[in-house]
Design a protein around this ligand. Structure first.
Ligand code: NI
Length: 157
């Protein structure tokens, strides 16, 4: 396993549309391992492969209940709304309130190639939506007006 560099800010790769994984091989297993290690090292709760420079549809998350790995995740259902302050490892020092679905049903593959369906609520639902957005080149700040984007210096005032 290895800690990888997290792409940040205006890095154009963050705007790429990630490609579906066709075959789960050793390379994908290594990618998943590196993503988890990088996420934990950065104290994050979610990471998309594109954030470490690999535009493949792979995400990892841990909101406190253990590691979840999803390959080719697809959000099948969205229910309700929730609004909370959000950040992103690729946008250090930036926060903002984002409204997202309160509950989502997401389906993907685990590292064994088995189909996994997760019924996620609250923080995990938020995380799923944030990470799947990364796979489509979307950052949370895209949902905000410039005056809704909080920078760390302002937060510390
Ligand atoms: Ni992010």
């Amino acid at each position: 396993m290895a800690i990888r560099i997290i792409r940040t800010g205006e890095d154009p790769i963050l705007r790429e549309i990630s490609k579906p994984v066709k075959e789960i091989n050793k390379g994908i297993e290594k990618l998943l391992d590196d993503m988890a290690e990088t996420m934990y090292d950065a104290d994050g709760i979610g990471l998309a492969a594109v954030q470490i420079g690999v535009p493949k549809r792979v995400i990892v998350m841990d909101v406190g209940n253990g590691l979840i790995e999803l390959i080719n995740p697809e959000i099948l259902e969205r229910h309700g709304t929730q609004t909370a302050v959000e950040g992103c490892l690729s946008l250090p020092g930036i926060r903002g309130e984002v409204t997202r679905a309160q509950r989502v049903v997401v389906r993907g593959l685990n590292r064994k190639g088995e189909t996994v369906t997760i019924d996620a609520t609250d923080l995990l639902a938020r995380c799923v939506q944030h990470e799947v957005d990364h796979l489509d080149g979307i950052l949370f700040t895209d949902y905000l007006r410039p005056d809704q984007i909080q920078r760390e210096k302002e937060l510390q005032r």
